[in-house]
Design a protein around this ligand. Structure first.
Ligand SMILES: Cc1ncc(COP(=O)(O)O)c(C=O)c1O
Length: 450
């Protein structure tokens, strides 16, 4: 049997782990009496203070925002996934919080986090188009739910531990989305914030791929990429005079999993200071201190020394962009002639129509629509059985328990596959695409024989 090729896995390859920089960070901490004392006790609820400061400074520089992002907006977490759970524990009450709205195709591993938090049967998909989430669809759906009989007030999460419970959660990955690869336009981001304010919704975004970006066309000038798109939380901070109240309507869930390594289990949330403070009072943190305390101290050393930033610029972006160009070239030569289509939407434009900026690509994933009539589940099954090749298929990306989403998937994203370039070398990526092309040719040949 040929080597196993896994184009489903959304993990950075181990050859890209910045082990020596982490070791240096660890050694700086553990050779210092003061830093060791801070790293090995229960951490402050909102996280190791120097980490909050370094993350805030780094975000200020990364997103080129005019006024600095202050450390009181940051709460250190043990990754985006665990933090999503904390956000739900603190700011939602199933029932009073009517629905969780998820962009479809959805990041399928988020669904169980919502159902564990009591939202089984309350998850709903929201379609996206070329520019991201369909605002008008969501507006209609929100209005319909608001016309139902809904509890006027939370009944279980009341009192000083729960200063704010939102009526709705909207979950999205606005930049280089997992799984669709799409990036939401600036106008959509602004409309989404306005909609969230109107309906008392909290927009939770996993902003875990944003800074891995390069020119969509190989050889174009990377200095013309323009600024990193503002996160929804950044839009909420500035739009129409800023947040409507102390809580705001958005929280950014950041993570070092894709830019250092998943095992580091460290991330952060950014929101208004009141939100970040309340998030830090989630019960398990009150008892155990900030999760990921020791790892956050190592990561802080990497940010403060600039080693993380260099790793991203000098290792990750060159490697991922190269793998991306290779994958796209192979797709163009081998899959497009067979009827596949690339469906990652419109690249982000800082100013719509601006000609000086080059189109941007980035993140970990591309999404392809398979040739008409080819059953995608069967394709994935045969790829694994006959070619030792794995990829994620659109059937996995439906919103759990939402029949409408399952129906829409049939004529839409359900006929797609997600491919990741972060795990394998360029050679394996090419081989994987060739195996897929061969499989499709065989399937088509069998079809013609019938
Ligand atoms: C959209 C999205 N959110 C969250 C995660 C996981 O983040 P973390 O490792 O910080 O829990 C991933 C990883 O694939 C992801 O793609």
């Amino acid at each position: 049997m040929t080597d196993f090729i896994n184009l489903q896995l959304g993990w950075p390859s181990p050859s890209l782990f910045p082990a020596s920089q982490l070791l240096e960070g660890a050694s700086n901490v553990l050779k210092s009496e003061d830093k060791t004392a801070a790293a090995l006790v229960y951490g402050p609820d909102a996280g190791y203070e120097p980490a909050r400061v370094s993350i805030a400074e780094w975000l200020t520089a990364t997103y080129s925002v005019g006024s600095p992002i202050t450390a009181d907006r940051i709460c250190v977490s043990n990754g985006a996934s665990a933090n999503l759970h904390n956000i739900l524990a603190k700011f939602t009450e199933p029932g009073y919080t009517r629905r969780v709205w998820m962009v479809e195709p959805s990041y399928f591993l988020a669904c169980p986090i919502f159902t564990d938090a009591g939202f089984q049967g309350r998850l709903r998909g929201v379609p996206e188009d070329e520019e991201g989430l369909d605002i008008e669809y969501l507006r209609d759906a929100l209005s319909k739910v608001e016309q139902e009989t809904n509890p006027e007030k939370p009944t279980l999460k009341t009192g000083p531990r729960h200063g704010k419970i939102y009526k709705h959660i909207i979950y999205a990955v606005p930049t280089f989305a997992n799984p669709s690869g799409k990036t939401m336009s600036l106008a959509r981001r602004q409309d989404l914030v306005r909609l969230a304010r109107e309906f008392d919704a909290l927009v939770v975004t996993d902003d875990v791929y944003d800074i891995l970006r390069w020119p969509k066309v190989k050889g174009q000038d990377a200095s013309k990429l323009g600024a990193v798109p503002p996160r929804i939380v950044g839009v909420d901070r500035k739009l129409d005079g800023g947040p409507q109240d102390e809580w705001g309507n958005s929280v950014s869930n950041g993570s070092f999993s894709k830019i250092i390594a998943p095992g580091v289990r460290t991330g952060w949330a950014e929101a208004t200071p009141a939100f970040a403070l309340a998030l830090s009072t989630v019960g398990s943190t009150g008892s155990g201190g900030c999760p990921s305390q020791i790892a956050a101290t190592f990561v802080q050393e990497m940010i403060a020394s600039g080693k993380l930033q260099s790793h991203i610029q000098d290792v990750l972006i060159p490697t991922y962009s190269s793998r991306y160009y290779t994958m796209m070239q192979a797709i163009e030569t081998e899959l497009l002639p067979l009827g596949f289509e690339i469906s990652t939407g419109k690249p982000y434009e800082a100013e719509p129509g601006a000609s000086q900026a080059v189109a941007v690509a980035g993140g970990y994933f591309t999404y392809l629509t398979v040739p008409a009539g080819l059953p995608v589940g069967k394709l994935a099954q045969l790829a694994l059985e006959q070619h030792n090749l794995k990829f994620a298929n659109g059937g996995m990306m439906t919103v759990e328990g939402d029949d409408g989403c399952a129906e829409r998937a049939k004529n839409g994203f359900g006929n797609g596959i997600r491919l990741c370039w972060a795990w394998h070398t360029e050679e394996k990526i090419c081989e994987g695409i060739t195996r897929l092309a061969n499989l499709v040719k065989n399937m088509k040949a069998v079809e013609q024989l019938r």
